[in-house]
Ligand binder design. Structure first.
Ligand code: ZN
Ligand code: MN
Length: 458
């Protein structure tokens, strides 16, 4: 798998141009260097080198003493220089590993390079004259290329690998790694082999994949396609294939180039890099706890189920919040449920103490779960501490059995049709009846209402 990741930097790889935003006017973040004008010189972006080194260290790569940039030569209108500055035989780092759940995927290399521009094709079938435009805002944007060894065995594993990589990059702050924004682009190389042999077949490379879902689908399609080719007596051709989201299939784009086609040679305008070992050790020491070890610790220290631990460890802020709130509430499992069910989807963040207060208020029956949700939301919107909100709004759960029974009986009397449906086997009508009870009195506990309705209707 080849993955191109845009490191978190303010400026481009070899010039001072801003990275800019997705909707910026074409050619608004450009200069002589990234437009490929003659007579100008590139300068290496230190922040990009740092992000690449952090990524390499987090992937347990070796970092050689010497590294250099090379020119990869090819002609295309989105590449005004006629070459991409990349790294060939002396990459920034080699021989790492990414730990998946119970499996290891070896990393061959992590290197730095620059992105190309973008072509915009206009015109339509009616007006014969068609035009193409070149936008160089992306030209020269830094990219880290992360290449794995062929250790990934299925579409599922490929998706897990890409997701684990995204989590890792976000945790160490090397990239925002948002696939939808093109900050993480996965290009799987696919080959098949016969059972019982180690010989991998000819591979194809897939491009234009814009989501984890598309990654999974594209691989499944391509594996099936290759098997069909071979079983029909044909041979798989080495080529680059595009993924069509509209048609849900891969299609041939161009026959594969080989390294010699690119006439790689050392970039004469950039000095070779000799990386300061003390700097590398500082970066290594400053790495935060990595997602794999945090997930293991959430299971062992907090007793969380593996799935909960994985979803919390996937987001460093969420994991920090969980650990602090769980310590404050003393209830790990319930705190995890609130973090996963309420905090994560909200896109906001309460203080750990406020979250712990809500967990405790609901767990001890002071307020209902629904009220807890509202209190948490109000608190995250700057409404103050949960207990203040409860006091201010006069919230207190009605758990008096007589009051609950009166409300439930009234709802049963008022909704004969729904009651009939429920008794006829439409169990989902129960949700509607519970909602009616809560509508009469919002302070009634949902689960009490649910249980009593079931009892009275059975
Ligand atoms: Zn520039
Ligand atoms: Mn590349």
């Amino acid at each position: 798998m080849e993955v191109h990741v845009q490191p978190r930097t303010r400026t481009k790889m070899f010039c001072g141009c801003a990275i800019g935003q997705l909707g910026d006017p074409p050619n608004s973040n450009v200069c002589e260097v990234c437009m490929g004008m003659p007579g100008v010189l590139p300068v290496i972006n230190k922040a990009a080198v740092e992000a690449c080194l952090k990524t390499a260290l987090a992937l347990k790569c070796e970092i050689p003493r010497h590294t250099k940039f090379d020119r990869k030569n090819y002609m295309y209108p989105d590449l005004p220089k006629g070459y991409q500055i990349s790294q060939y035989d002396l990459p920034m780092s080699v021989n790492g590993v990414l730990e998946l759940d119970g499996r290891q995927v070896r990393i061959r290399r992590v290197h730095l390079e620059e992105d190309t521009g973008k072509l915009i094709h206009a015109g339509d079938k009616l007006h014969k004259a068609r035009e193409s435009f070149v936008d160089l805002n992306r030209a020269g944007v830094p990219l880290m290329e992360i290449v794995s060894e062929p250790d990934i065995r299925s579409a599922d594993e490929a998706r897990d690998y890409a997701q684990a990589l995204r989590t890792l990059l976000r945790t160490i702050g090397a990239s925002e790694a948002e696939m939808e924004k093109g900050q993480l682009r996965a290009e799987p190389n696919i080959s098949i082999r016969r059972y019982g042999t180690d010989d991998l077949g000819v591979k194809t490379e897939l491009k234009n994949i814009n989501s984890f879902r598309a990654l999974h689908r594209a691989i499944e399609f391509e594996v099936k396609r290759q098997i069909e080719v071979v079983e029909a007596g044909g041979t798989v051709v080495q080529e680059t294939r595009g993924w069509s989201e509209a048609e849900q299939r891969t299609f041939s784009q161009r026959s594969k180039e080989f390294a010699e086609d690119y006439r790689y040679f050392p970039e004469p305008d950039l000095p070779p890099l000799e990386l300061d070992r003390a700097w590398i050790e500082d970066l290594r020491r400053a790495l935060p706890e990595l997602p794999g070890s945090r997930r293991a610790r959430l299971i062992s220290d907090y007793g969380l189920p593996a799935a909960d631990a994985a979803s919390i460890a996937a987001d460093r802020d969420l994991a920090d919040l969980f650990e602090a709130a769980a310590r404050a509430s003393g209830d790990n499992k319930r705190t995890a449920n609130w973090v996963i069910g309420e905090v994560a989807p909200s896109g906001k963040s309460p203080t750990p103490d406020h979250l712990a207060e809500v967990v405790t208020l609901v767990a001890t029956g002071k307020i209902t779960r629904d009220q807890g949700r509202e209190v948490l939301a109000e608190s995250m919107n700057g409404g103050g501490s949960p207990s203040e909100i409860v006091a201010k709004r006069g919230l207190a759960q009605v758990s008096d059995p007589a009051a609950v029974r009166a409300a439930v009986e009234a709802v049963i009397a008022e909704n004969p049709k729904a009651v009939q449906d429920y008794r006829a086997g439409k169990v989902r009508v129960l949700d509607f009846l519970v909602a009616q009870v809560l509508k009469r009195d919002r302070q009634i506990d949902r689960s009490l209402a649910n249980d009593l309705l079931k009892e009275l209707l059975s």
